[in-house]
Ligand binder design. Structure first.
Ligand code: ADP
Ligand code: MG
Length: 482
């Protein structure tokens, strides 16, 4: 999250926090402190936990030794409170000893004010939009999430990697009836899945204003479902989801291992397909690779059109940068855009983040953007992209750290003192390389991909429970990435 967006969210949602006094608006120091801590959370808790729970944490205020952060739902607040709050506070306190308390508040829509520096004018528009959406959401049982005004078809740059997903999405908007069901979009983090879904939402509103469109994350679906169960109001829940024209569920991988939610979703899915209503799903993997989902659901998901968003190409990245430059009316030389497109290859979100940082830096320092300032500002980012970590390296470092032999990484020995380090190495291989689970398994003496998946989950879990493991993983990670 950029510094600017932090300010925007704090300023725009303050009224909904308990302490709305403007003197509590975070200072630049606190903002950068929070940025650092938030970044560290990913290392501390692992990618999966970070993405599911910690990423949405947004800095709201800092006052009298209390750091106030927000999350979009009560459910998340409670969960973070019981599982992560103590550790987060500890981390805060190490960075700034004055912080004594962590307060987690619920601010709906906080998540939509992220990433992009906005002019005052668009900021106002965004706020108004968010308010409107909030009202709409209330009327429909609060199940649908607002669409991000930045994510429309107009702002989506089409390239080879996303052409199929884009065409499929447009087909849905243009069709009188359901062209394929479901549309299943999948691809890695930050490649545009959510953007495409929001674009469908905006376009539907325009083209078919009478149609009822529901968009929400799988996590929110689960939350709604659990709440319905608790308040014994599943009728209302079923009613709401089964009376829509288009149901879009983002990041379905979140349902992995959550059997009751999957079951309910499966029935909703079937009911909608029966009524010939459109369903759009996104995930980080192909249906057949969603191993935490029940077989019948997985096969159902693959029934319609499966559209894979591939990692971006140089041309697409350059196109996106050019489009953003003109949208933001920023004065940036072509050479800088070309440089970024060449160097920041991981995903589009990171690419946008890099561009935003350069713009913010130029803004603050009143300097022109040049290749030199760019390299300077993005030093840390570029360094991490210059090196590709291999599974071999990971195995070697982990073996070194635990003082076991390299051959134990491949061996079938199950003794705890070698099995655990091996799991740590698998975990890091998943986190630090782009290798798939089967590929990783092969590198570990031809193990099955489910073994790797189990290891990744296990370590993720252990890192939450056992500070020693968390620390071991962190030390090796640093040694590899530092
Ligand atoms: P995902 O949901 O796949 O993790 P997002 O949809 O959130 O990714 O996209 C991450 C960021 O990249 C968003 O800000 C989005 O607008 C931007 N983005 C991704 N693909 C494109 C594209 N083809 N054109 C313009 N912006 C894009
Ligand atoms: Mg997404």
């Amino acid at each position: 999250m950029s510094e600017i967006s932090g300010k925007a969210s704090a300023a725009t949602t303050k009224k909904s926090t308990a302490k709305g006094d403007s003197s509590f608006t975070p200072t630049p120091e606190i903002l950068s402190l929070w940025k650092e801590i938030h970044g560290n959370l990913r290392n501390e808790f692992g990618e999966a936990v970070f993405r599911s729970w910690l990423k949405p944490l947004t800095l709201q205020a800092c006052y009298h030794g209390t750091l106030e952060v927000s999350v979009p739902t009560r459910f998340m607040r409670d969960w973070i409170q019981t599982h992560y709050a103590t550790r987060i506070l500890e981390m805060c306190a190490t960075v700034n000893a004055e912080i004594k308390r962590l307060e987690i508040v619920v601010v709906q829509n906080a998540a939509i004010f992220d990433d992009t520096p906005k002019t005052q004018d668009t900021k106002q528009k965004v706020i108004r939009k968010a308010n409107q959406n909030e009202k709409a959401a209330e009327a429909s049982l609060d199940v649908t999430s607002p669409f991000d005004p930045r994510f429309s078809f107009d702002t989506f740059v089409i390239g080879k990697p996303n052409a199929l997903a884009h065409a499929a999405a447009q087909r849905i908007v243009e069709s009188q009836n359901v062209p394929f069901n479901p549309l299943f979009l999948y691809g890695g983090v930050g490649l545009g899945k959510t953007h495409v879904m929001h674009a469908i939402g905006w376009a539907m509103k325009k083209q078919w204003p009478e149609k009822k469109v529901i968009y929400l994350s799988a996590e929110k679906f689960m939350y709604q479902f659990v709440r319905a169960l608790r308040s014994k109001d599943t009728m209302m829940f079923k009613e709401t989801f089964r009376s829509v024209d288009i149901l879009m569920i983002d990041d379905i991988q979140f349902m992995s291992g959550k059997e009751a939610t999957q079951e309910e979703f499966f029935h909703t899915f079937n009911a909608l397909v029966d009524q010939n209503k459109q369903i759009v799903i996104s995930a980080d993997k192909a249906p057949s690779d969603l191993l935490g989902l029940e077989e019948r659901l997985r096969s159902r998901l693959a029934w319609g059109l499966v559209a894979d968003i591939h990692p971006s190409t140089y041309e697409l990245r350059l196109g996106i940068l050019q489009s953003k430059r003109s949208l933001l009316q920023a004065d940036i030389p072509d050479a800088v855009l070309e440089f970024l497109a060449l160097k920041v290859t991981s995903n589009i979100r990171e690419l946008e983040g890099a561009l935003n940082r350069i713009i913010a830096h130029a803004d603050v320092t009143k300097q022109l953007v040049t290749l030199e300032t760019t390299q300077d500002v993005l030093q840390d980012l570029l360094r991490s992209h210059d090196r590709r970590i291999t599974i071999d390296e990971i195995q070697r470092k982990v073996a070194e750290h635990y003082n076991i032999r390299m051959t134990d990484m491949h061996s079938a020995r199950r003794a705890r003192n070698v099995a655990r380090p091996r799991q740590v190495a698998m975990y890091l291989a998943k986190q630090l390389t782009a290798r798939s689970l089967p590929e990783i398994g092969r590198k570990f003496g031809g193990r099955d991909h489910t073994t790797v998946m189990h290891a990744v989950r296990k370590i993720d879990e252990l890192m939450n429970e056992d500070p020693q493991i968390a620390q071991d993983v962190e030390i090796v990670r640093r040694a590899l990435t530092g």
